[in-house]
Design a protein around this ligand. Structure first.
Ligand code: FES
Length: 148
């Protein structure tokens, strides 16, 4: 069996929503010094409905990080912020028909970047939130187990 599913290869070769949004409402950057991989996520949000109307990402991550981010942006586009926050890296990996076990951690980069972008949106707009909900992106433990 191939190491990577066709969906992973497709999103890796033709990643969706790559780039940046110059007038983004929220920007989230996460990374880990150990493997040197960085992910930046941009979101546009409709203030009234809280629907994410545009989302783009840039990454220096590996192929699995690119594929999971691409899939995550497709799944989040047009959803509300609350729905986006519920999207787990597990759901993204499932939508890609799986990743090799040692690459599962790469998918966390996308999930965390989305959360960081939402937090940035809340901060910019002065919207109150529970800091506990975003605790994990404050801690620099992301992806420590990547082994790279
Ligand atoms: Fe760090 Fe994949 S994102 S190795």
């Amino acid at each position: 069996m191939a190491l990577y599913s066709e969906k992973v290869m497709d999103h890796f070769r033709n990643p969706r929503n790559v780039g940046q949004i110059d007038d983004a409402d929220g920007i989230g950057e996460v990374g880990n010094a150990k493997c040197g991989d960085i992910m930046r996520m941009y979101i546009k949000v409709d203030d009234d409905s809280k629907v994410i109307t545009d989302i783009k990402f840039n990454t220096f991550g590996c192929g699995s990080a690119i594929a999971t981010s691409s899939m995550a942006t497709e799944m989040i586009m047009g959803k509300t912020i609350d729905e986006a926050l519920e999207l787990s890296n597990k759901a993204v990996v499932e939508a890609l028909d799986g990743l090799p076990t040692h690459k599962i951690h790469c998918s966390v980069l996308a999930e965390q970047a989305v959360r960081a972008a939402v937090k940035d949106y809340y901060d910019r707009k002065g919207i109150e939130y529970n800091p506990e909900d975003f605790k994990e992106i404050e801690e620099d433990e992301l992806h420590e187990h990547c082994g790279l």
